[in-house]
Design a protein around this ligand. Structure first.
Ligand SMILES: Nc1ncnc2c1ncn2[C@@H]1O[C@H](COP(=O)(O)OP(=O)(O)OP(=O)(O)O)[C@@H](O)[C@H]1O
Ligand SMILES: [Mg+2]
Length: 450
């Protein structure tokens, strides 16, 4: 069953409020009335799907309130009610994004049709959004570090500030970005994902900024780029570390000015986009060695969310595995379960491919095991042998080493892991392993790790 739609009527004339209330309630809507901008503001914080707004609002100005509503909820439709002598205001209201107009004196048929059309558009839009949203699963987690991460994402969701998400491959960076989008006011706008690594340098600019007709030889018609497409929503920029330096400079300008210039255009276009930049590389270190622009880094780095590797949050493994198992069984129409030793075994594995690898492993185990209960053996049969064997795992790559080489390899692996855990910060890394910072620095230099 469709949920009841909520309409807010804002008019200073009580006769108009009352007649709209009567008409719209009869149509089955939930109607809220406000006689002033202040009263309307209070009601707008609750659930409202459509606003009918008087252009002349007694002491207040309907146009100002429209501007406010559009700034906060750009996708909430507003039907303006206009009276005599408000033609000039009408044009301004359209520019601000008013959905439609109804002229006083209001006629029953007009009101019904106008409201139905606007709400139909709202329903369509929310159906599209639900489909969009369903493309991403609800995140599953149990660990306190992930609880805190998603809590932070929720707090950041309604800000316009850019966010950087870091973390190893398959750890769930895109899922965190999606939460940032869907938990905030931008959820009604687009979530547009693009990948800097997959953009050839020559096309990256066109991809992001678009072009005007005739901008270059093949530009037969205008093209809108990713940034403009994400207007009103979020642009998810994956693998930002691979962005060409020239484009980095242009992106910085977008962040500073809130506008873009299409290739071949002379005028900038205002864009309202929240940038989420993603990387599995250490951007701060890239700034140090000059491969990433420091000014862009400083513009982006106010909020950095780090998604830890799955091996650093083993509490998440059992709930994730159970959730994947449930989904796969539902798809295959079977009912399998894990034996306790299977879960313990899953928790002991290293998961270099993180959550994605866990999902693939559970899928393979469900598909290939013949029993209803998936035990340790069924899982061992579908993971790489060196992952399943802790001795082989830690000893991988030592086969042809002499003692000196083996020691150097061990030291490299060890210090690399320590550095990664400390986010590249030498002071923190030294403190974590009880080593003097100067000794650690020397060691890293010796091993060629810095
Ligand atoms: N907490 C989670 N709950 C449920 N599914 C998850 C979770 N984290 C990750 N996944 C799933 O694991 C897969 C990888 O996640 P995602 O694409 O977000 O990772 P990523 O960090 O962006 O990876 P890459 O670096 O390869 O781009 C996806 O299928 C995603 O749905
Ligand atoms: Mg990703």
């Amino acid at each position: 069953m469709e949920r009841k739609m909520h309409i807010l009527v804002v008019d200073d004339e009580s006769a108009i409020r009352e007649s709209l209330l009567e008409i719209l309630e009869e149509e089955g809507y939930d109607v809220h009335c406000a006689e002033s901008a202040a009263a309307a503001r209070l009601m707008l914080s609750g659930q409202i799907d459509l606003v009918l707004l008087d252009i002349k609002l007694g002491a207040d100005n309907g146009i100002d309130l429209l501007r406010e509503i559009k700034a906060q909820r750009p996708f909430l439709p507003v039907i303006m009610i206009s009276g005599h002598g408000t033609v000039a205001l009408t044009a301004e209201a359209f520019k601000l994004g008013a959905h439609e107009f109804m002229e006083k004196p209001l006629r029953l048929m007009q009101v019904r049709a106008c409201v139905r059309n606007a709400l139909e558009a709202v329903r369509l839009k929310s159906r599209v959004l639900e489909q969009e949203r369903a493309r991403y699963p609800r995140p599953v987690y149990q660990s306190s570090v992930m609880k805190r991460l998603f809590q932070q994402a929720t707090r950041l969701a309604s800000l316009r500030e850019p966010v950087i998400i870091t973390g190893p491959s398959g750890s769930g960076k895109e899922l965190v970005a999606h939460a940032l989008h869907y938990e905030g006011v931008r959820r009604e706008g687009p979530f547009f994902a693009t990948n800097a690594a997959s953009m050839p340098v020559t096309l990256a600019e066109d991809e992001l900024f678009g072009h005007e007709k005739g901008a270059f030889t093949d530009a037969g018609k205008q093209r809108i780029g990713c940034i403009e497409t994400a207007h009103g929503g979020t642009l998810f920029l994956d693998e930002i570390a691979d962005l060409n330096p020239q484009i980095q400079a242009k992106l910085l300008r977008v962040l500073e000015t809130g506008s873009i210039v299409r290739l071949g255009a002379t005028q900038p276009v205002k864009v309202d986009v929240r940038f989420i930049a993603v990387t599995h590389k250490n951007l701060a270190a890239m700034v140090d060695d000059g491969t990433f622009r420091h000014d862009l880094w400083y513009r982006l780095c106010a909020f950095v969310l780090n998604v830890p590797a799955l091996s650093e949050r083993t509490e998440d493994i059992a709930p994730l595995a159970a959730s994947f198992l449930g989904k796969i069984c539902a798809e295959l129409g079977c009912a399998k379960t894990f034996a306790p030793d299977a879960l313990a075994f899953l928790q002991s594995l290293p998961w270099p491919g993180n959550v994605r690898e866990l999902r693939h492993t559970v899928t393979r185990a469900v598909v290939f095991s013949d029993c209803e209960v998936i035990d340790r053996q069924a899982i061992a049969a579908v993971v790489p042998a060196e992952a399943a064997d802790p001795v082989k795992r830690t000893m991988t790559g030592y086969d042809s080493c002499n003692y000196r080489e083996a020691r150097e390899k061990f030291e490299k692996d060890y210090f690399q892991a320590v550095l990664e855990r400390a986010g590249g910060n030498i002071t923190m890394a030294a403190a974590a392993i009880g080593m003097a910072q100067s000794n650690l620095s020397r060691k890293l230099k010796e091993l060629g790790l810095r």
